[in-house]
Design a binder for this molecule. Structure first.
Ligand code: AMP
Ligand code: ZN
Length: 494
């Protein structure tokens, strides 16, 4: 493990409801499964917040030296309109509406998802399995559950017997719900008459004749239930017990509770040691969601296509906005918040640019880089606390800006060290990028500033101090300080 990461990594485990020291099952390896998108429509910024949270977690685990197998699935069948097993399959419905083959729908929105993960600079997972590619594995699990007498077949459909399971296990261990409350709160919906208990969930559903996505099975021509795919794929690629299982907070119940039940019923384990949940991105105080339409799509931020936004934003500025909140906190998106975050992000990039081209070294560095980097690692080791990490990075930005106006000292060695750490935290761990725009902006601004400095210099040579002071004061009012300490004047952002 990386020596600088002297503190033990702690992860908030939704199963225990507290932070726990992270100890992987195999010393140097981590197995992590994250529930991927249901590819029946475009991903929105809420989805991307969850995938960004797990991208940073994946990046950090790799950074501190673990070899991580990161599995993130694509749900391309089985997710019904109502999470409680009712309604039409989301992909089949979209295929019917758009007059497409279901696999065309899947392909179209998988492309959309991948395009946006690239624009958001999210690393690809090690394995990206699809539910339809694992029907055989899902059928095998159902057979196992039937053999273990924790599932039953009715009219070609198979259900998980939650009440029976709960007699020797704890259904509700993750979501902390009580089965008695669930019995009272589960409405009797169409088609539930097949179930012994309303809270039982489908493992296999017999397809109606008009249903287009169906496979042969020992019970009927049908399709698997949504919760089963993740148990089948996590088990296949990570084993009966692995380290981390993640997803958005809204998946805790029923999806992850059902996964835990399936895994216990098949293998006698809770599937993962650490269950992690990323909190929701909201818009106008309401959860961003595909089905309600209360969302902003990534293409809308890149092209200013949303009436809620005053301008375009790069993927990295939006990510910076997201990472300024802890992954377990709810975050509300607004134009003002994005504008403020972009400003902050530009300050960080400007400081990195200054550091990269800085030459005016001193003998000493009067900033404790070692202590500062430890504080950054402590933040990340404290359940991936990116807001604290970013606050620390701003401390370094302040120092860099002081150096440029001659109010602090930086040695060549210190400059290399500081740049190495900042690059690690900003680019490798948080996965932020200098956008083309920011590079262009920086180059152009630099050119414009050099012209202004030259004009001001001419004014000074001509003893036109009224003009030269006016230029300096106007720039200062706009957050740009001119430094006349050197032979050639330079500038920096306040
Ligand atoms: P879905 O495509 O609906 O299966 O969701 C894909 C992932 O995005 C899941 O982990 C969800 O929990 C997550 N997700 C959905 N809506 C939001 C939201 N508003 N904020 C954050 N994550 C979300
Ligand atoms: Zn899942």
């Amino acid at each position: 493990m990386q020596s600088t990461a002297s503190h033990q990594l702690e992860i908030y485990n939704s199963l225990s409801g507290k932070k726990e020291s992270f100890t992987p099952i195999s010393k140097e390896y981590v197995g992590m499964y994250v529930c991927g998108p249901t590819v029946y429509s475009k991903v929105h910024l809420g989805n991307l917040r969850t995938f960004t949270s797990f991208d940073v977690i994946y990046r950090y685990l790799c950074h501190i030296g673990y070899k991580v197998r990161y599995v993130r699935n694509i749900t391309d069948v089985g997710h019904l309109e109502n999470d409680q097993d009712q309604g039409e399959d989301r992909i089949s419905k979209k295929a019917r509406i758009e007059n497409l083959e279901p696999m065309e729908v899947v392909q179209k929105y998988t492309y959309d998802f991948h395009g946006n993960t690239r624009k958001f600079n999210l690393l690809p997972p090690s394995i990206e399995p699809t539910a339809t590619g694992h029907i055989i594995e899902q059928i095998k699990l159902i057979e196992k559950l039937l053999n273990n007498d924790l599932a039953y077949e009715v009219n070609g459909s198979v259900y998980f017997d939650v009440v029976k399971y709960n007699k020797s296990n704890d259904y509700g261990i993750l979501s902390k719900r009580k089965i008695e409350d669930l019995i009272h709160n589960t409405r009797s919906l169409d088609g539930q008459s097949d179930k012994k208990n309303p809270q039982d969930f489908a493992l296999w559903k017999k397809a109606e004749p008009k249903h287009i996505m169906k496979w042969e099975s020992p019970w009927s021509n049908g399709f698997p239930g949504w919760h089963l795919e993740c148990t089948a794929m996590s088990n296949k690629y990570l084993g009966e017990k692995f380290d981390i299982h993640g997803g958005g907070m809204d998946l805790k119940f029923p999806h992850h509770e059902c996964e835990i039940a399936q895994s216990n019923a098949c293998f006698g384990t809770n599937a993962a040691n650490y269950w992690m949940h990323a909190n929701m991105l909201t818009l106008n105080g309401q959860k961003m969601s595909k089905s309600t339409g209360n969302n902003i799509l990534p293409e809308e931020i890149f092209s200013s296509g949303s009436p809620l936004l005053s301008k375009t934003f790069s993927g990295s500025s939006v990510k910076f906005f997201m990472l300024q909140a802890h992954y377990r906190s709810v975050l509300d998106l607004s134009n003002d918040a994005l504008v403020a975050s972009e400003k902050g992000f530009n300050k960080v990039i400007d400081a990195i640019n200054i550091l990269e081209s800085f030459k005016n070294f001193s003998k000493e560095t009067n900033f404790d880089i070692d202590k500062w980097s430890k504080t950054c690692y402590e933040a990340m080791n404290d359940d991936f606390n990116t807001p604290i990490l970013i606050a620390n990075i701003f401390e370094a930005v302040k120092f860099i800006n002081k150096v440029t106006i001659g109010k602090a000292e930086l040695s060549e060695k210190g400059s290399e060290e500081l740049l190495r750490y900042i690059n690690s935290f900003v680019f490798d761990i948080m996965g932020l990028e200098k956008s083309d725009q920011s590079i262009k902006r920086n180059n152009k601004l630099d050119k414009v500033m050099n012209i202004i400095l030259e004009l001001r210099n001419d004014a000074r040579i001509n003893k036109d101090y009224i003009t030269s002071d006016k230029i300096r004061d106007l720039l200062k009012e706009n957050g740009i300080s001119i430094n006349d300490n050197n032979k050639d004047s330079s500038y920096n952002f306040d």
